[in-house]
Design a protein around this ligand. Structure first.
Ligand code: M6R
Length: 365
């Protein structure tokens, strides 16, 4: 089953262009300006009346929810909350009646996510599931949902299921935007951008050898920081989680500007930082944060877009990804982080597909 790959994680990383195609297949409207989902089981009226979205999920799936929060708020101007399913189930948060409630789960068996869903249903909400495993418990108990069609994910570390959730989140943001105030023209632009995602991911995957060389040089560190802003902050968090899970290196993520509020105290020559620094409206701000780290002797790996002009010598290592639409950037920026943690873990001789203490789906509380 592994073919030419050494691990399922590696195989699943390289399967992402296909998984993204599968998430999109048959889901764009004929006019090319929006997405459609067959399984939501909600009328356009019900969706139009939505005044708030809530996402509950665990681990990597929650980071997909956090990215989706940014895109839904930007494209549809609907306020969104995203919570750890394990917290939501006990915190008795007040929910407005027009809240559209989603859970996100690759396996559809995560007990905390299932419990969050049941709690929302108990309060009378319809719950929609973004889920990969067809016929899973969450899929069966949900009131509707969106299947990811990413194919089986065997590696304990989620890879293709995550980027597929990001794709569905972006399509959902587009869909909700178009039933509100988003123009035909903006919708067409986003559809085009999403359709380009598989090729952009292929391009990012071509950096594998370069990233492997970088990873081998950092494989023996004991602490790392992952820094990004806006919709790339949850991507930084996912990068840190991936590294922790499979290489057992301590890693933390922060919105880059938070460093000065405490974590910068950690910085020295032994604590490298990975910066997500695309050419967007916050480019100069992130560059300033990088300068603050460099001034304190912290090694820097920069993941930047090919249209950005990073100051010479600021980063010790640079990984370039193709410039792309903000709806797709989180997907493309995830690729080098997955490859980095994978190659670090391989270099350290870790059991990549079955990391210690972890199970593929967490079915006990
Ligand atoms: O199957 P789920 O998406 O519900 O799983 C949620 C988390 O347990 C999962 O994403 C976990 O964080 C992964 N091991 C991450 O790689």
């Amino acid at each position: 089953e592994l073919g030419d790959y050494a691990h399922f994680m590696e195989k699943e990383i390289f399967e992402q262009p296909q998984a993204l195609e599968n998430a999109m297949r048959g889901r764009f409207a004929e006019d090319g300006s929006t997405a459609n989902f067959g399984g939501l089981n909600l009328s356009a009226n019900e969706l139009r009346a939505t005044s708030r979205l809530m996402f509950c999920a665990c681990g990597t799936a929650m980071f997909a929810g956090l990215v989706t929060e940014h895109l839904v708020e930007r494209f549809a101007r609907i306020p969104v909350e995203c919570d750890h399913a394990s917290e939501f189930r006990y915190r008795n948060t007040p929910l407005f009646s027009n809240t559209l409630f989603f859970v996100i789960s690759q396996s559809g068996e995560t007990i905390d996510t299932l419990a969050a869903m049941r709690e929302a249903q108990r309060k009378g909400f319809k719950v929609l599931a973004i889920n990969n495993v067809v016929g899973s418990t969450i899929a069966r108990e949900a009131d509707g949902g969106i299947y990811q069609h990413a194919g089986p994910e065997i590696g304990v570390a989620s890879t293709k299921a995550f980027t597929s959730q990001l794709m569905i989140g972006a399509m959902l943001a587009l869909y909700l935007g178009r039933i509100r105030d988003m123009s035909f023209r903006d919708g067409v632009e986003i559809v085009k951008a999403l359709k380009a995602a598989p090729d952009l991911v292929r391009e990012a995957l071509q950096q594998a050898d370069h990233i492997k060389q970088i990873a081998q040089r950092y494989a023996q560190v004991s602490d790392m920081l992952f820094l990004g802003r806006l919709e790339l902050f949850p991507i930084a968090a996912e990068g840190a989680l991936k590294l922790k899970e499979i290489s057992y290196i301590h890693a933390e993520a922060y919105p880059a500007a938070e460093m000065k509020h405490g974590p910068i105290a950690l910085i020295n020559a032994d604590c490298p930082s990975v910066f997500l620094v695309p050419n967007n409206e916050l480019f100069n701000k992130v560059v300033s944060s990088m300068q603050e780290i460099k001034a304190r002797g912290g090694p820097i790996i920069a993941i930047t877009t090919d249209d950005a002009d990073l100051p010479e010598g600021l980063a010790d290592d640079v990984i370039t990804i193709p410039a792309c639409h903000e709806a797709v950037l989180p997907i493309v920026a995830t690729i080098p982080l997955q490859l980095f943690s994978y190659y670090v873990a391989v270099e350290r001789g870790c059991d990549v597909d079955k990391p210690r203490n972890l199970a593929k789906s967490v079915t006990v509380e």
